[in-house]
Design a protein around this ligand. Structure first.
Ligand SMILES: [Zn+2]
Length: 248
């Protein structure tokens, strides 16, 4: 038996320095260890990331409400900006570890489900890109936005553009969501191999909690279309039903 099944989850408090209260006792217990069959599930083998124990493996137990709430006296734009910067940085670092297995050959399309491939839009044209090229484009676009003082000001003398900032953040969020969706869909075996699934799940659950709290994505972004569902849509459903994303 692989020791994935027996491995202790790293315990301890959430990483956020801002978390006002521990989240240790929150979240519904799912103690039986059994799982009812889901007749509505799509046919075909169930992806690993939806299988126990991987689906619920997380560094932070309970839900993420306390760490996504805007601290008192902090401007909401500032709070969103800081968090987007952290999500980008963490996901980019994580992707850096997976670049060897996300290649033009392994991933000729930006897949996120059995029938879903994202296309990059450039000059209003849809461009089919391989996953590594797509992800590089996302990362460099986001990096440029984060570096742009007019979009993400870091000096107190400059303020956020209230008219454009929300739309920009949503765009960034949607693209990062696509990167998560591809990594879950196409690279979960490698994530397991690196034993990084608790970290990756925590990062994604935190990302989803944050996006829900600040309305950064539409339901169709995470569910996809009926004929082209996003693989992680089912993970999102599952985490909502097990309490990881409750209260949002
Ligand atoms: Zn890939």
């Amino acid at each position: 038996m692989s020791n994935f099944f027996n491995r202790n989850r790293a315990g301890g408090p959430p990483r956020s320095k801002r978390s006002p209260t521990p989240t240790g006792t929150l979240g519904r217990k799912d103690s039986t260890g059994s799982e009812p069959p889901s007749p509505g599930a799509p046919s075909g083998p169930k992806p690993l990331y939806l299988s126990r124990p991987f689906a619920d493996s997380a560094l932070v137990k309970g839900n993420f409400k306390t760490i996504v709430m805007q601290p008192k006296y902090v401007d909401v734009n500032e709070w969103v900006a800081v968090n987007m910067f952290d999500f980008y940085t963490n996901l980019n670092e994580f992707y850096g570890v997976l670049t060897e297995c996300c290649t033009q050959q392994s991933c000729p399309t930006m897949s996120a489900g059995p029938t879903l491939n994202y296309t990059w839009v450039q000059d209003r044209k849809k461009v089919p890109l391989s996953a590594p090229t797509y992800i590089d484009s996302v990362m460099s676009t986001v990096q440029n936005l984060l570096d742009d003082e007019n979009v993400f000001p870091t000096k107190s003398s400059q303020s956020f553009d209230k008219d454009t900032f929300p739309a920009t953040v949503k765009q960034v969020y949607t693209q990062l969501l696509r990167v998560f969706a591809h990594l879950y869909h196409a690279h979960y075996p490698q994530i397991l191999h690196l034993r990084s699934e608790p970290h990756f799940n925590s990062m994604f659950a935190h990302f989803l909690s944050f996006g829900t709290q600040y309305h950064l994505f539409e339901e169709r972004d995470i569910r996809g279309e009926p004929n082209a569902p996003v693989g992680v849509g089912l993970l999102w459903e599952r985490w909502k039903s097990t309490g990881i994303l409750e209260g949002l």
